[in-house]
Design a protein around this ligand. Structure first.
Ligand SMILES: *Cc1c(COP(=O)(O)O)cnc(C)c1O
Length: 340
């Protein structure tokens, strides 16, 4: 495992210059699970971690992760955003993958500790410290295809980041045949789900110049390969209602709260491709992807049944911009609310 030291490239107050997710903090919190349960966490050098070739997670995908950010505030302190929600979601992912479920206190402490030891390399907004809690099955046993790993490792990787997506509206291919994953695994944040979607996303890129794929099995919209989706029409926000088929984003939840606080009409329900094809024709229509890395990214075009459709008035996304600023104001401590 090769780890680039961030300290040489990033100083507090400057945006991270490297590609998102390619520079790592030198230290991170780690804890292992063995026959006597969870060992106390410790802080180690990030590049001191290594895995054997027979590691269970590498063969049988006993692995899940989280993604959250810590932001530098006007007073210089660094705070993670809604870490409790990410801890809870990781516990759910672990449970569904038959991995040892990390205690809430342990994982919360590990996130806080990783933030503390990487505070000095956390860039100022719009940069942030991206945190990647990771849980893997560690048994060295390639015969354990039908057996959960008894041992596990939990660590919180840190990466100083800048913007995740290009500063332009995205083109999204709407896929109405295949699903992103299985109906039960949509709520699990696991690499296997991403692997399943890769060939579809690659084909969408090669054949249609699409940035991502929106999965809508049988014409019912779920989410894209790595983010949730919201549709806006003036002061009206529509988002697919939560099911086990797709990931329940903390960003999505935050945006819906902000929209409700503004008195906008928020609709969480089944959303069909046919309905959206009509909606995006309106001059006030906007489409946006939500997730921790991307925050809220504007979608300019949808490719539906081979046809490229423009969303609303090309280039205009005032409600998306308003929600994004409202969210980043809270994340960076410029505005405080009682739920974050
Ligand atoms: C992580 C993730 C999201 C976004 O979740 P946030 O909590 O908002 O970061 C959405 N969809 C998928 C598939 C994801 O893995």
């Amino acid at each position: 495992m090769t780890v680039t030291s961030a300290a040489a490239d990033v100083t507090g107050g400057e945006p991270a210059p490297a590609k998102f997710g390619t520079v790592f903090g030198e230290r991170m919190a780690i804890a292992s699970f063995g026959p006597t349960g969870w060992a106390p966490m410790s802080v180690v050098e990030t590049d001191s971690v290594s895995f054997g070739p027979a590691t269970h997670a590498l063969h049988y995908a006993s692995a899940c992760f989280e993604g959250l950010k810590a932001h530098r505030r006007p007073d210089g302190s660094v705070r993670s955003f809604r870490a409790d929600r990410h801890v809870e979601r990781m516990r759910q992912s672990a449970d569904r993958l038959c991995l040892p479920v990390p205690p809430t206190d342990l994982l919360s402490e590990m996130i806080a500790e990783t933030v503390a030891v990487n505070a000095d390399i956390t860039p100022s907004p719009p940069g942030a410290l991206y945190l990647r809690p990771t849980l893997i099955g560690t048994d060295h046993d390639i015969g354990a295809a039908a057996t959960p790993s008894a041992g596990a490792l939990l660590y919180v990787l840190a990466s100083p980041v800048g913007e995740y997506l290009p500063p332009r509206a995205l083109r999204i291919l709407v896929e109405t045949d295949g699903a992103r994953t299985t109906p039960q695994f949509g709520v699990v944040k696991t690499g296997a789900n991403y692997a399943m979607a890769l060939s579809v996303i690659r084909a969408a890129r090669d054949e249609h110049g699409a940035d991502q794929v929106l999965f809508a099995p049988d014409g019912v919209i779920e989410e894209t390969g790595a983010s949730n989706i919201v549709f806006l029409d003036g002061e009206r926000l529509i988002s697919p209602a939560l099911t086990d088929a797709f990931l329940h984003g903390v960003t999505r939840d935050s945006l819906l709260r902000l929209a409700r606080d503004r008195g906008w009409q928020v609709e969480e329900r089944e959303v069909t491709v046919d309905e959206i094809v009509e909606l995006i024709d309106r001059p006030t229509a906007e489409v946006a992807l939500s997730g921790t890395a991307a925050v809220l990214a504007s979608v300019g075009e949808l490719v539906v049944r081979g046809e490229v459709l423009s969303v609303g008035t090309a280039g205009q996304s005032p409600r998306t911009d308003e929600l994004r600023s409202a969210l980043t104001d809270i994340q960076t401590g410029r505005v405080s609310v009682d739920w974050a």
